[in-house]
Design a protein around this ligand. Sequence first.
Ligand code: ADP
Length: 414
Amino acid sequence: MLGRRVNARRTTAERVNVLRMLPNGMDAGSITVVALGLLAAGVIGTLLGVLGTRSRLAEAEQRAEAASTEVARRAALERERRAVQDLILDSMQEGVLLLDAVLETAFANAALERHLGSRPRSVTELFPVALREAVRKVATSTAPITVEAELSAPSRWLRITASPAGEGSVLMVVTDITDARRIEAVRRDFVANASHELKTPAASIQAAAETLRSVVGEDPGAAPKFAVQLEREALRLSRIVADLLDLSRLESGSELADRVRLDALAREEVERFADQAREAGISLSVSASEPAIVGGSARDLSLLIRNLIDNAVRYTPPDGTVAVRVSTEGADVQLEVQDSGVGIPTRDLPRVFERFYRVDRARSRETGGTGLGLAIVRHVAENHGGSVTVTSEVGAGSTFTVLMPTTDPGSPPG
Ligand code: ADP
């Protein structure tokens, strides 16, 4: 900038020199005019130079300003990216731990602390030991390692995948698999129980069929006895299969497309059991005075009511009573099945809704039970956003209560 200004002055001086070298014949006036003209030209030039410099300065300032805005914009973007990254990592169910080349913690998200109970500062603070060993192994290898380990107090199972993350660092992802393991165990038990339940009538059918074959020639009079046994066991087998199929269908939910009149459904089901109750000397009654409407599956709700009435009739001795009541309780529809039967001991009450749980195995079998009725009832109630509870006294009877949200009678059919 300074150089340019000097140049501008030098140009003015040169112009004065030119003035000195004017040819003869030019008078002082003309010389003055020419000199003033040249001077003015110089001043204008200088002015223009200064102005040019100013505009270049402004341009440079603008460029610097734009550059610093860009830097600030990039920094803000980076901060935003990191915030999003932290948000994602912290809201993950999986614990994430990054250990650097000397196996010290470089990053740990919130879930990791939840799963391990603390934030390890380095590999030496990693528990259980299986985890530490996996990390050390991975730090010197190229392949990831997955281990499953149990933590105590409270007991939990974790699945840990440690992967090499370059230059000796290790990335660890921790998943809580306690629930998955529990579900797996329940399924295993269920398959074992179901196989056992099916094996018994299948073996009885086989034995009855073999005996029947031999008595037909030797002692035809004994044949009907074995034929009856064959029929009874075949019926039991098909009941178990039917209940298993219902249960498996209900596990994937109910089709909640109908607008169901639960009061009408209760009457239908009571009607269906009328003969059986009469034969057993049981008085079976129904009270459902008002329309009780539930949005759901008519087929599944019938199944629910049928199972509760069936149990009440089966576990009530002659001269007993079974009462079915349907009412609306605020925003809920309530179904109550009360009997004066054998009752359920308090210690068994929390377990009666489990699959294949029976208080009295022999009585259940004798009366054609499968051990699946109440599990079906619970599934249907829950599929309809409701619940089922039981109160009971041994020798006095039991009351099963189902509560389900009602559908406003004014609303259009679903
Ligand atoms: P089950 O086919 O054996 O009746 P459920 O799942 O329907 O199987 O019922 C589980 C167990 O709960 C029954 O075995 C029985 O011991 C008990 N239980 C169910 N309902 C009643 C009831 N109304 N009165 C007494 N005990 C009942």
